[in-house]
Write a new protein. Sequence first.
Lengths: 398, 285
Amino acid sequence: MPIIEVDKLTKVFGKNTKQALKLLDEGKSKEAILKETGSTVGVNQASFSVEPGETFVIMGLSGSGKSTLVRLINRLIEPTSGSIYIDGEDLSKMDKAALRKVRREKLSMVFQKFGLFPHRTILENAEYGLEIQNVPKDEREKKAKDALELVGLGGYISQYPGQLSGGMQQRVGLARALANDPKVLLMDEAFSALDPLIRKEMQDELIDLQTTMKKTIVFITHDLDEALRLGDRIALMKDGSIVQIGTPEEILVNPANDYVEKFVEDVDRSKVLTAQHIMKRPETVNIHKHGPRVALERMREEGLSSIYVVDNNRNLKGYVTADDASDARKKEIKELNEIIKTDMPKVEKETALNEIFTIIHDSQVPVAVVEDGKLRGIIVRGSVIAALAGESEVNLDA
Amino acid sequence: MLNSILEFAPKIPVAEGTEWLTDKITDMFSFLFDPINEHFGNFMEFVAEDVLMAIPSVIFILVVAIIAFFVSGKKFGLASFAIVGLWFIYNQGHWEDLMNTVTLVLLASILSVLIGVPIGILMSKSKIANAIITPILDFMQTMPAFVYLIPAVAFFGIGMVPGVFASLIFATPPTVRFTNLGIRQVSEELVEAADAFGSTGSQKLFKVELPMAKSTIMAGINQTVMLALSMVVIASMIGAKGLGREVLSSLQRAEAGTGFVAGIGIVILAIIIDRLTQNMNKKKD
């Protein structure tokens, strides 16, 4: 069951919300509605669901409604219509007390400009969520300290936020959110205010934390690289509407429309695409069944200068070159074992394209893509270049 | 001739109406005003004569100096000024007047803050309250302070209590305004953070908004105290005791010397109070 389910969530800012809703139903554009009613459509009938443990990224340029959308999820902004289900409970229909309970126990938020309380120490900041639930002082201090330890700030508990760098302040923001042990973290452009190096460090750390915590994260960003790095799935927003939802690869490779395509065209594809996206089905010979003659025959048929050798279970054994196979046939060698070479370049299915560059550059034979020692595919130079150019047919189901 | 256009209506009886209203209020609420006058008057007398004047002047001066020393960050400037200034007032024989004035300023300020801060909070939370109260505050501050003496006398007669009442009306607006401003100035992200973690309204107010607004509110309180002090001379016109009365009586008798001495006393008190409240604010920043 999804932990967050958002159904046709709409926010209209302004006075004529009813009329604006009607016009939205008629499919009028944001501009047309603004002209006609004076109301601004913040979020337009957004629907999606997030599974437990998933990192769901909502991405869009400024003004696309992404920050409004995340505030609708915990009702910091009241929705105009639509529903938000958290663990199956409809947040949009809750009274204040019930809403508070959900906010305290299930949803924590991390803010773009950190949102730390400057008059409280780091520890007191991290304690805040527990303090307002009247958790006894000892207990909440312990939990807050644990959370600070988790983000690497154990030694700063008695400092004030103003004494810390931006990156450290956002760690406090994260610790404050984690101290409640919420199921869901809402992160509103959490790393956008940090400089690029620190941002990347925080992203890595979040990924690390996420492998052990398995929180559900809704992450807002305008940075596509960040979205692609962090997101299990990405929702792309434009003018308040969700344009496409998909895994990073899906968005990159099969953009739903021109807008998405334009958005992703500048992406460094080498960081996103991995070996499995560009590998080809390998031609192989079986070490137990075939000899140099068959190997040579296959190479000739396919126009190859080398061929990979596997066993009955497709475990990669090595490769033979056409020259060696030809020599072997002349010398009447029957076993592939005697001419097999094992110095082939190997990568995992998840290896990113930018790491394959150097490997493939130094190699005389195609790169082998392996999984648990089994040969899954090969990569030739041409497909790397084609993938970078964004022209190739990329196999997503690989 | 041309002015006859303006005379399409008879004179509107605003003055008569106000007088009628004041009379009515005096009558209707005398059951309230009379005991307030009596008990609060007694209380003020108690504070001035049995508390402040009971403290030996030396001790009083030393205590003020010590407070000034610590509040101003362990600097000697304000402390030395307090010692010299207060001794000068003592030397001129105005110690009792000073104590009466301090009582008046102190009580008027405390009441102003007790009334002003909650009203300021209300204004920051409610657009309607803000829209209604803002013009009232403008009115209270621009109306000449003397005018407040008239209903004050009607309600409470002559003495210290109407002085406090008039000071209250004149001095409360800054506290209200600055409290309102201070809370509205708390950054939206902090308010969102408080809400997002599930704070109740009062948790948000006491744990986030008021602490964040504190220095602004303190600036307002500083203003309030100074305004209350500025009412001292005016309040003496309706019989409030203290340094103000000395100024007033020397004016009536055209004694420049005694007037100057009493005036200097007020200035010394003003400087001490102002620097004390300002420094309290700075220290907490």
